[in-house]
Write a protein that binds this ligand. Structure first.
Ligand code: GYE
Length: 359
């Protein structure tokens, strides 16, 4: 398929030949010919550097972006998969600059190291919208705006839920022996969720045994959980930084002859997760195998599209746009968690809720 950039190039080549012809023949109809050569409704070209395809959250996010930026809606989407490598994402951004796209959307794999390439996009005059994870830049003017989740708040919600749930089980702080299967190290999703757990472990005197990366994948989640179950014999909570890791952790728990669930007094291992996107994970939450999932909403396509519409209309979108999210559990004993004086209700999961969710 010939894309808009090719069309642009062909058209400019046509214009050049038309101009040459006019100059050579001296004929006077240049205006009409140039007008005929320019397309009536040019598509808006969006270059999207997606960080990879590691999880169900990511697949839902990529699909949401593809659905939002369609030809019918007047867009051409150039989608590049960074395969978890920042260097690949930087190469993609440079190629977007060379192709002269109208907007660049970046879902950054990690937070740091974007300054120079963002200086290049700024010099090229191309607006950059950061989506999902954050970038840490020397200067916030290097990007236009960001939309995504408050990962630190997500971590705090999970931990406050754990604190309250453990109390209903008659467990105190030092009864909890926790391991953390972290996400991709250096990603803002990992940084925020890990920070939440570390702060609350300190605050409530939890025994945080180990934190190990699981790269947001099921295979790595299973592998590291199996290892930790061998190393420690008293783990009763596993904090998984996404659904896929939780599925892997459950496989390892079952393979070790233990039980994932909420009955802490009878030796269950309590599994906690983030996202609520993977179907198996949400069903595990419904039957109590996963005790609590803090929602992380992947449907950013329409949000980014609305930012671009605002920019197209000459408006200024909010610099930072946080998405509202809930917590899911089928254990009814905790109905809300309070963080910094704000109460967040827990959604007690039912089949109906699962059937009517947007993802
Ligand atoms: O939680 C995880 C994914 O950045 C919010 O990345 C995202 C995280 C999400 O791989 O499943």
């Amino acid at each position: 398929m010939i894309n808009r950039i090719c069309v642009k190039r062909i058209l400019s080549a046509v214009c050049v030949s038309v101009m040459c012809c006019i100059m050579a023949t001296g004929c006077g109809s240049s205006r009409n010919e140039e007008e005929n050569a320019s397309p009536a409704n040019e598509a808006i070209v969006v270059g999207f550097s997606q960080l990879g395809a590691e999880s169900d959250w990511r697949s839902a996010n990529s699909e949401s972006m593809r659905d939002a930026f369609t030809e019918e809606k007047g867009y051409e989407l150039i989608f590049e998969d960074g395969q978890q490598k920042q260097s690949k994402q930087i190469t993609a951004i440079r190629s977007f600059i060379q192709q002269g796209v109208d907007y660049i959307v970046l879902a950054p794999v990690t937070q740091d190291g974007w300054d120079s390439v963002l200086e290049e996009t700024r010099d090229a005059g191309i607006p950059v919208i950061i989506v999902d994870r954050m970038v840490q830049t020397a200067n916030d003017d290097l990007f236009t705006c960001w939309v995504g989740s408050d990962f630190h708040l997500e971590g705090c919600k999970a931990c406050e839920w754990l604190y309250r749930y453990a109390r209903t089980q008659g467990m105190s702080g030092d009864d909890l022996h926790i391991v953390n299967i972290q996400g991709t190290i250096g990603s803002s999703a990992q940084i925020g969720r890990t920070a939440g757990l570390e702060e609350y472990s300190e605050k409530y005197g939890w025994d945080l045994r180990e934190e190990t990366p699981g790269d947001f994948t099921q295979a790595k989640g299973r592998e590291v959980m199996a290892q930790m179950l061998v190393t420690y014999n008293n783990i009763n909570v596993v904090y998984c930084e996404n659904d896929n890791e939780a599925l892997g952790a459950i496989e390892a728990i079952e393979a070790a002859g233990k039980h994932a669930g909420g009955d802490l007094k009878n030796g269950d291992i309590l599994v906690m997760s983030f996202d609520g996107v993977n179907e198996d994970a949400i069903n595990y939450c419904l039957n109590g195998t996963i005790a609590c999932i803090v929602e992380c909403n992947p449907l950013h396509g329409p949000r980014v599209e609305s930012i671009i519409s605002t920019l197209e209309a000459g408006g200024t979108p909010d610099k930072l746009e946080y998405v509202n999210e809930t917590l899911y559990s089928s254990y009814e004993s905790v109905d809300a968690v309070t963080i910094d004086s704000v109460a967040y209700p827990v959604t007690i999961l039912t089949q109906d809720i699962i059937d009517t969710r947007a993802y």
